[in-house]
Design a protein around this ligand. Sequence first.
Ligand SMILES: [Zn+2]
Length: 102
Amino acid sequence: MGIKQSVVAQRMKPRRQATRRTKSDEALEKLQAHPRVEIVDDERSIGNSVIVTLRRGWRFNDPGEHVFGEDTPEECLAAVETRVKPCACSECKAAKRKVVCR
Ligand SMILES: [Zn+2]
């Protein structure tokens, strides 16, 4: 019995390490799957921020502001959930019409 348990423990160990993720990774995944988000560009490796492009119909601070950046994915996720508003700029309206025509 004791041997069986240790075999299971050995099998579990590497799998657990492979799926270990940081909060930052989780926030990045949530961002990428977010219904208001079109594209996420993680440019931290080149000294920039995390750039989020919103889907048509959504904006950040001002009408027509569809792209924004924050220092971390967590901040981006918080911004998408609290600061993003519906956008009705000409670009979004045009995009909406296109979708309706299809
Ligand atoms: Zn817009």
